[in-house]
Design a protein around this ligand. Sequence first.
Ligand code: HEC
Length: 102
Amino acid sequence: MKKIISIALIASIPLMAQVKEKIEVPYIPFPIKMGKGFDSVQANCLMCHSFGYIINQGRQSRTFWSSKVKKMIVHFKAPITEKDAKTITNYLFEHYGNGKEK
Ligand code: HEC
């Protein structure tokens, strides 16, 4: 009897998950800005994580971006050349910068 009750309970779980209202999933645009240097970001940053990590920081100063790129190299051992690091910092500051150097 216990077995039957548990089976009936388990079988009815999906029914409880149903809702009458129409569920609308919000559309969130993911604004990745194309431009000079984007290919370096694609080649050097997206191998470990998504672009979300970058976008979620909001608009930031050049120092902020340059230290983030350095952090990736020093702490997470990202294989990024000095030249690419500069290109990426310029790209990040141009598209996700707040206009302030520091
Ligand atoms: C070797 C792997 C690796 C590469 C390559 C890499 N990252 Fe990261 N990144 C990480 C890890 C690991 C974290 C931390 C994740 C966590 O804390 O959950 C992170 C986090 C971040 C964050 C979140 C803020 C913070 O301080 O943790 C930003 C912004 C970021 N990365 C930007 C970049 C940029 C820009 C590049 C390209 C220049 C890059 N990452 C390349 C591994 C990498």
